[in-house]
Design a protein around this ligand. Structure first.
Ligand SMILES: Cc1cc2nc3c(=O)[nH]c(=O)nc-3n(C[C@H](O)[C@H](O)[C@H](O)COP(=O)(O)OP(=O)(O)OC[C@H]3O[C@@H](n4cnc5c(N)ncnc54)[C@H](O)[C@@H]3O)c2cc1C
Length: 412
């Protein structure tokens, strides 16, 4: 679609994924386009929306999966959006059809919001279901991690928390280290559990985005204060039941190794001809439109972004929930605009994030995410940020469940 008259009649929009990217895109599209203008269908393999940033709290036993999730069907129906709980097996961008385990969904516009696949094959022992490592990258893996943490409390021993080379989701590494430290102190077990944080980042708080103001100094101080040892520019090479092995150092003893894997695109996207790059991520322009396939958009973790620069050990660009929501808003605006033969407006991505540090929180705001930046990043620490993160989770779930615009301006 380019110039010419506006497109009239009803268009078929299929959104694959029912998480931050998919749900926000559906709500935003419906805000721009009434039911007479667009038939919108969300296809997702999971029947519930899960508030993924709370997975570390589920792992610590502070939340249940039930408390941080809700079924998608009701809120979507309320917005006149169809929901198909199906697993997508392939996407034919020539015929404009999404193929699933239950049938086919033809589309005029498609939004891919399928998130990630954990590339556990990249390091021997990454887990939990491929090796002895643990990671809270999905609801199932988080449930497994919660059981492993309960076992550690019963039988304490050394812990490694880290990220594998090429990881992009680094924030949870810090959160898990701080939260475990806090949990163990409360149980008076911390003296029996050495904690080591191993990160591929060239410095603490790099997070794949080149750092954020004073976050490096804040994290250094906070880890040292809590007796959490750390090493940067570390390439984890193997995880066993008792150790974590790294390049150029002796193995670190660990009976509980929580290591965030590098991510790849999901199989259905990676195996669909002409849709993704070799890692399975979808290349897009700054409207989140596919570089080649007509009518195709991608948002969230499914999108291909280059890293901010070379680092001694690979660290990839982050794709947070907050960034995912911005991408969804831009893509939805662009779809609506293209029906009128216009281009939607777009903006650079910014990020706001609150790290749970156990007894307090650290707030970071960067605009844009990718340096150099006009604004010096805001970094702040205090107990109020922990309360803000808890309040945000509640407000977000309440709004999302009711089909209202989610409060993205608060600290994620
Ligand atoms: C432990 C952890 C903590 C985090 N903390 C924060 C935080 O504090 N703040 C923040 O901003 N971000 C945080 N993030 C990042 C945030 O969770 C992600 O950016 C966000 O979940 C991405 O949303 P998404 O919609 O792109 O993908 P996902 O949330 O991964 O959802 C993917 C969707 O696609 C569906 N799907 C996948 N494959 C198929 C298929 N073949 N067929 C049909 N459906 C399919 C799934 O069912 C799901 O609905 C965290 C991530 C993790 C793992």
């Amino acid at each position: 679609m380019g110039g010419g008259p506006a497109v009239t009649g009803q268009v078929r929009i299929v959104i694959v994924g029912g998480s931050f990217g998919g749900l926000t895109t559906a709500y935003e599209l419906r805000r721009h386009l009434g039911p007479e203008r667009a038939e919108i269908t969300v296809v997702a393999k999971d029947e519930r929306f899960c508030f993924v940033p709370s997975f570390p709290w589920v792992a610590m036993g502070r939340r249940s999966l039930e408390q941080i999730s809700f079924p998608l069907a009701g809120p979507l129906a309320h917005k006149h959006v169809a929901f198909a709980q199906e697993t997508v097996t392939g996407i034919d961008t020539e015929k404009k059809v999404v193929e699933t385990d239950a049938g086919k969904h033809p589309y005029d516009f498609l939004v891919v919001a399928t998130g990630h696949r954990s590339a556990n094959e990249s390091v021997e022992g990454l887990g939990p279901f491929d090796g002895p490592g643990h990671s809270p990258m999905s609801a199932k893996e988080t449930t497994e991690l919660a059981a492993a943490i309960r076992a550690l409390l019963a039988d304490p021993g050394p812990i490694v928390v880290g990220a594998a080379p090429g990881a992009s989701c680094i924030g949870p590494v810090y959160e898990l280290a701080f939260e475990l430290d806090h949990l163990l102190r409360r149980r008076r077990l911390r003296h029996r559990v050495p904690i080591t944080l191993l990160t591929p980042e060239p410095f603490l708080g790099h997070m794949g985005m080149g750092g954020a103001g004073k976050i490096r100094q804040l994290l250094e101080g906070a880890l040292e204060e809590r007796d959490i040892s750390y090493r940067t520019s570390v390439a984890i090479t193997k995880i066993t039941a008792e150790t974590v092995e790294t390049d150029g150092a002796s193995p670190t003893p660990s009976v509980l190794s929580i290591v965030i894997p590098p991510l790849a695109g999901v199989e259905a996207v990676a195996s669909s001809p002409g849709l993704s790059n070799p890692k399975g991520f979808v290349p897009v322009d700054d409207h989140y439109r596919h570089a080649v396939a007509d009518g195709v958009y991608a948002v969230g973790v499914a999108v291909a972004f280059p890293p901010v620069g070379d680092t001694p050990v690979a660290v990839n660009f982050p794709k947070t929930g907050h960034m995912t929501e911005q991408m969804a808003g831009i893509a939805a605006r662009d779809v609506a605009a293209r029906l009128e033969r216009r281009e939607g407006t777009t903006t650079e991505l910014s990020a706001r994030c609150v790290l749970d540090m156990g007894d307090r929180g650290a707030y970071m705001a960067v605009d844009p995410v990718r340096p150099p930046r006009d604004e010096i990043p805001t970094v702040s620490e205090g107990r109020r940020w922990l309360y803000a993160k808890q309040a945000f989770e509640r407000a977000y779930l309440l709004s999302a469940r009711r089909g209202r615009k989610m409060p993205t301006a608060l600290g994620w």
